[in-house]
Design a protein around this ligand. Sequence first.
Ligand code: NAD
Ligand code: TYD
Length: 345
Amino acid sequence: MSGRGIKRRVLVTGGAGFIGCNLVRLILTERPDWEVVNLDLLTYAGNLTSLADVEDHPRYRFIRGDVAEPVDVAKAMEGCWGVLHLAAESHVDRSILDPGPFLRTNIIGTRVMLDAARQCGVERFVQVSTDEVYGSLQPEDPAFTEMNRLLPNSPYSASKAGADLLVRAYYKTFELPVVITRCSNNFGPYQFPEKLLPLLIRNALADKEIPVYGDGLQVRDWIFVEDHCRALVEVLEKGRTGETYNIGGNCEMRNLDIIRKVLEELGKPESLITFVKDRPGHDRRYAMDNGRIELELGWTPAHTFAEALPKTVQWYLDNLEWVQSVVTGGYLEYYQRQYAGRHSG
Ligand code: NAD
Ligand code: TYD
């Protein structure tokens, strides 16, 4: 990295994942006086091909390492002004098959990150969390605010809630300058095809069945990934220390409605929809109240679902090679384990 004219060095963990790669690219483009260090273990979910266009960028450095390993973290955090901590095991279904890696990366990893941040004198530490820590809403409930209790229902969301509580404790006990963000379901380019949207696009293109859990009437709030990334940069710069900010897309949708829209975009028949056994502990509804971040930081989502969904579908059509390159043997084994014998009949 150059060092000349640089005001800030920022560490992004999990930068080779879905949200991380979009965030690294956004920072390099929109903050010309920032340097970015990307610490990523390159698990099945991390892919350097997602950052191929910036790998030689003079203000970017990649370090392969584990957030749960103090030596790796100390090396990456050296000289950093701020941290955006995204690295995590992120897929609910995998956490049901095996919670172990979720506890190690999401909880122990966050502890290692927090200790290193104290050691390095980091000035801003943003913990990138999820609406799933709040649990599930009934249809008539108001959207989640930051005052909602943490009531996680999956090993994934429990591990994220555990991490959030540790982050809070480091603020209260050690006065570490932290901020927590909780975002809803992201969609956009470079999402690993185990998550609903890219899985559905990939299966539909191959005329393969689309597995719909339970009745498909679960509701999620959807946000275009670029809007989330922009909110993270705003929070890093201007968020109040010790505060939590919800980040939502103002877009509640039922799974079946999204699936139908994507099939329509692709010109594929609804007969591909296949109802399968429900996910255990499946949260029925998430919805986000953006009041605090709108009022304090002036952030609102810039993209509508109606405009960003076709753009996203087109991105996958234009980048089938990327999809092929990230779907390795390991993923194909997971797919078999997750969906074989799940038909509800
Ligand atoms: P992702 O699974 O696509 O990427 C995770 C990245 O973390 C990968 O590059 C992986 O290699 C890396 N990683 C995993 N374990 C690691 C370890 N031990 N050390 C270093 N790197 C490691 O996840 P994502 O969807 O980009 O999510 C990023 C963050 O945002 C997560 O913390 C997730 O909880 C949070 N989040 C995601 C969503 C969403 O809709 N995807 C919504 C809200 C919050
Ligand atoms: P997912 O993308 O896994 O995100 P999350 O569980 O974090 O919300 O799933 C989004 C919704 O789609 C969720 O209600 C589960 C459902 N779903 C299916 O019905 N079939 C699938 O094959 C997958 C992956 C998800």
